[in-house]
Design a protein around this ligand. Sequence first.
Ligand code: PEP
Ligand code: MG
Length: 563
Amino acid sequence: MTEVTHDTVLKGTAVVPGVAYAEAVWIRPRPQLPRAGAVVPEAEREAEYQRFVEAADAVADRLSTRSEAAEGPASEVLAATAGMVRDRGWRKAVKKGITGGHPADYAIVTATTKFITQFEAAGGVMAERVTDLRDIRDRVIAELRGEDEPGLPQVEGEVVLFADDLSPADTAALDTKHFTALVTELGGPTSHTAIIARQLNVPCIVAAGKKIHQIQSGQPVLVDGALGTITLNADPEVAKTAVSEHKLVAARVAQWRGPGRTKDGHLVQLLANVQDGNGARVAHNTQAEGIGLFRTELCFLNATTEPTVEEQAAVYRKVFEAFPNSKVVVRSLDAGSDKPVAFATLADEENPALGVRGLRVARANEELLTRQLDAVALAVKQSNRGESAPTWVMAPMVATAREAQWFASLCGERGLIAGAMIEVPAAALMADKIMPHLKFVSIGTNDLTQYTMAADRMSPQLAYLTDPWQPAVLRLIEHTCKEGKRFDTAVGVCGEAAADPLLACVLTGLGVNSLSSASTAIAGVGAQLAAVDLETCKKAAAAALNAEGATEARAAVREVIQP
Ligand code: PEP
Ligand code: MG
């Protein structure tokens, strides 16, 4: 272990901006897992099973209570975790172990291991849920033994939370009055933990690596969630100044009012990313000027069969109704890869991120797409959306001009305005052939970065590559914007890059006309844009494009724009 010296700065991946200075506290350790060997006498097994049921019920009830107190994705994650503790299949497997003579804690371990193996074999989104499985195993074991619940510690005052990885349930339950920042060894910028941290608006750094284990609970740390830095032994005065400067920025953010525009009045529409009516209603209470990305596939992750046109229309209508007088951009199903949808995704693909996902699913099943477009058109009609509330529809994973043309013709037949996501590098490079078919494009920087850098967006080891500040990604965006201007095609950004205030200035300088992000990020982006003029954005863009890498790009832009 390296010795900590004065002002040691550790780095991770910046996820949610903000500055905090407080004592570090490590997440409470997981319980020791039991070993095999102990046998419960037959006469006591029923009582042992009841002990398990009571402990599991207590954990599930606690998670449900927290879910009810939370909102949006945080509430959904807590409810889903509670559902896993109530899962009949899991409970049956534990019962089998207890009936066979295992103590409850050991039966929980073996039952959960069986599910973990199955989930890992299934891959994709199922494999990601392994963290949740381990989490419920540990919570129920701790409850059985009367130990403290693993995960978030009880704290007084303000602290910075450190963890190897945070389960989505722990992140969702965070009280931001006490936990002023989060730092994790693992995780990626688009993981659920990062998405929830963004929703809670708590400064967050992920993928900070093993080096953070040199930090002890109780040690003061300065965290900058925009730079991704954790400064140890910082001069307390310097640290406090950084926090108060950040507070000034935060105050500027709180006062900011839309619409999105630079200091000299150049308009940049600021829109929200949503996944259902609930999210759209939350977004409506922010400064969002509309919806820039409605991820329709997320409505159907639990559906085993395809909803009818009417059923789909009812779901879409809820989003339209939240924004009756504003633009809504609906994305057609982006099923596949890490978002398997039972009725649309091919099973057993070797490499699903490069497989039949997004628009590609519809090549072999055009009706799946046309029924969805019919449902969108029906929902538009039912909600009387007029000219002040344009509905745009875009296809994910477009790679060729022919795909764009095909999608546009299906939309045209239904009176819908067609666009495409630019998230495959080929689409950016072929923008001049794709744009003539479309009214707009929206750059999905999450996937565009993943495919440009050949780096899995879920991999914590590759977080330095899956960074939208990579100049290679910015150069593809620059090219897309140039072609957008030439063909008079609107160019938006709807990946996580649109949530980063500094990067938003770069994107504006490159020529992006709209930015769509988590609705909690909109005010931060709007306030930063309002503080700079278009010329400065252009200078920032040039600096970023000419940088050697992502870190250098950030630093170069910081020279041009002070926060
Ligand atoms: C993207 O890829 O940037 C995007 C917005 O789509 P998703 O994150 O849903 O893949
Ligand atoms: Mg994408």
